[in-house]
Design a protein around this ligand. Structure first.
Ligand code: 13P
Length: 339
């Protein structure tokens, strides 16, 4: 394992003012998103939408890395440059989603286990040769009446740690993503408890499997009440509970935490990150973003609008969200800037 390379890549990914664009929706998910805005999904429409985003002027000032899906890392920009090369030329690290999706967990109704370990070493080797320098694996943890089960937490944590170890061996910085879903009517305390449990389990497995923590990144949910809970907490409370949970359950030698947006509104995702970075305390890690929907929702809607300037409007929407989140990295975002 090349610890120097891993640590360098990880620190570049969470450099001040910058964060990650998650554009690694699987072909199935991306197709659904295109259909939802009235676009016929195909490999070409997925490429056209994404290469338009990747051609945005100056977005590298607030985007340090882009996570790609297998289909996308093999596609090219309009001028024929491969997508990973085009990103690298802008000083953006190409990343790759390497899990193969969350499947039903046997004997555990309603729970999932993320698959993709078979052949992972060989796939990582190929992705590294294509220019990828980091990777992502997403585990999904659902809160319900008697879930998550111990089996769901331990199998997902085990898979995350095995994935992280293999990626590090191949020179890719692993983004470890144990996502506690927002779906459900649980309150924020329950989210805190489940988030703490999956973080403990994940880092204990990482330790057992020799994962080099200074060469990895964590992509967690924020601590908040479920979408259907009647008692929603304030933005300040989300920020405080999230930081408390992470401080107590994440190793302090991890270089960075890159949140997912998970279905939060664009502005909430920015505001929460801003509040965490504005706190008077010095956090042990960089607090940054690896947003999918919160960076792209408006960009996708405008791209599909059919307007003559749709491509330029989409780029403007994307660079605006990227800039807002870039400001939230230092607590310098303000609601007034949204207008
Ligand atoms: P969201 O920000 O839309 O949750 O996506 C991030 C991601 O990559 C989920 O795996």
């Amino acid at each position: 394992m090349d610890k120097g390379l891993l640590e360098k890549t990880a620190s570049e990914l969470v450099a001040p003012g910058r964060g990650i664009l998650a554009a690694d929706e699987s072909s199935g998910t991306m197709s659904k998103r295109l259909e939802a805005v009235g676009v016929e999904p195909s490999a070409e429409t997925r490429r056209a939408y994404r290469t338009n985003l990747f051609s945005t002027d100056g977005y590298e000032s607030s985007i340090s890395g882009v996570i790609l899906f297998d289909e996308t890392i093999r596609q090219s920009m309009d001028d024929g440059t491969s997508i990973p090369n085009a990103l690298s030329q802008r000083g953006i690290h190409p990343g790759i989603k390497v899990d193969t999706g969350a499947k039903e967990l046997a004997h555990h109704e309603g729970e999932k286990i993320t698959e993709g370990l078979d052949g992972l070493r060989e796939r990582c080797e190929e992705y590294f040769a294509m220019g990828a320098r980091f990777s992502k694996w997403r585990a999904v943890i659902k809160i319900g009446d008697s879930i998550p089960s111990g089996a769901c937490l331990s199998t997902n944590a085990h898979a995350l740690a095995r994935y992280a170890a293999i990626c590090q061996e191949q020179g890719l910085v692993p983004i470890i993503e144990p996502e506690v879903l927002m779906e459900g009517d649980h309150d924020a305390n329950r989210c805190y408890e489940v988030t703490a449990a999956i973080l403990d389990e994940t880092f204990s497995q990482c330790k057992a499997q020799g994962v080099h923590i200074p060469g990895a990144l964590l992509k967690p949910n924020m601590v908040m009440a479920g979408k259907d809970c009647e008692e929603q907490i304030s933005r300040d409370e989300v920020a405080q509970m999230t930081v408390n949970c992470l401080t107590d359950h994440v190793p302090h030698d991890l270089p960075g935490i890159v949140f997912l947006s998970g279905g939060q509104s664009d502005e909430d995702a920015t505001a929460h990150l801003n509040l965490m970075n504005k706190m008077d305390v010095q956090h042990p890690w960089q607090l940054s973003y690896s947003y999918g929907r919160a960076l792209q929702a408006e960009a996708l809607r405008t791209w599909a609008s059919g307007d003559t300037d749709a491509e330029a409007s989409s780029q403007l929407a994307f660079s605006n969200r990227a800039r807002m989140n870039g400001l939230a990295r230092s607590g310098d975002w303000d609601e007034g800037l949204e207008a």
